[in-house]
Design a protein around this ligand. Structure first.
Ligand SMILES: C[S@@+](CC[C@H](N)C(=O)[O-])C[C@H]1O[C@@H](n2cnc3c(N)ncnc32)[C@H](O)[C@@H]1O
Length: 245
């Protein structure tokens, strides 16, 4: 996994502080589901919140949210607390979340799984603590069979490499099937996204990957099978037959 040390470098902290706090800073894929899932009074958990910019983005869409951001970097969280004293921020890792089951309406996590080989461990926890939605982004390729892990150079100042973290692309079918076996079985899985060039900081053999955003709706679907809405992704999924109810 990534560590606090790697994400507490000045260039990364400055980049997220300056470039990821306004709606206009969002990537196109990030604008698809977020404004639709927020609602007045929603309890939101933002995993990997860095210096808290998504609090400002989310409250622009919906001013009445009860936001908690977590990050493993204490430096990033210090800045978040200073910048947005009206929100809650906690230093903690995305594995073993210090919250009760079903504590949040929306669990959001963006630009984290692309550097996290154990996305499954984080996703299970995020699903446990939500009562309604989990919204994540993830890099996908079809038919790779296993996760591809290469290197991402943290170098936001354009000069020297300050740290390296994994760069992770996942197999599309593995991800969809992993999500569908979460307990209780998801009610629905929505996906959207597009193929796009990977960041120049990523040392990877594939120059284009599918930048996918997945919205998982928790709760058992009446018929026992999750409703799938994956047709907006440029990938055809092979879903295993034995989805639990
Ligand atoms: C690439 S930044 C993304 C920041 C923000 N979500 C955004 O999209 O602008 C990744 C952040 O996630 C944090 N992070 C990575 N793995 C984490 C984990 N397992 N638990 C909590 N935070 C994590 C890092 O410390 C870093 O601040």
């Amino acid at each position: 996994m990534s560590t606090a040390e790697e994400w507490s470098n000045k260039s990364a902290i400055d980049f997220y502080y300056q470039n990821r706090h306004e709606v206009s800073d969002l990537y196109p894929s990030e604008k698809i589901f977020l404004p639709r899932v927020l609602f007045p009074g929603a309890k939101v958990l933002d995993v990997g919140c860095a210096s808290g910019g998504f609090f400002n983005i989310m409250r622009t869409f919906e001013p009445q949210i009860d936001y908690t951001g977590i990050d493993l970097s204490d430096k990033a969280v210090e800045l978040a607390v200073e910048r947005y004293p009206e929100a809650n921020f906690i230093v903690t890792k995305g594995f073993g979340l210090p919250f009760d089951d079903n504590a949040f309406d929306i669990v959001h996590c963006t630009s984290v799984f692309n550097n996290e080989p154990n996305y499954q461990g984080m996703l299970e926890e995020m699903y446990r603590v939500t009562n309604r939605f989990v919204l994540v982004d993830i890099r996908l390729l079809k038919g790779i069979g296993k996760q591809l892990e290469s290197v991402y150079n943290i170098q936001f100042n354009g000069k020297e490499v300050e740290a390296t973290v994994p760069y992770v692309v996942n197999d599309a079918d593995e991800v969809a099937n992993f999500i569908l076996q979460l307990k209780p079985g998801p009610k629905a899985l929505h996906g959207a996204g597009y193929f796009h060039q990977v960041a120049k900081e990523a040392e990877t053999p594939d120059r284009e990957v599918c930048m996918a955003v997945l919205l998982i709706q928790k709760g058992v679907h009446d018929g026992g099978q999750a409703k799938l809405h994956l047709e907006d992704l440029p990938i055809a999924f092979s879903i295993s037959e034995s989805q639990p109810g």
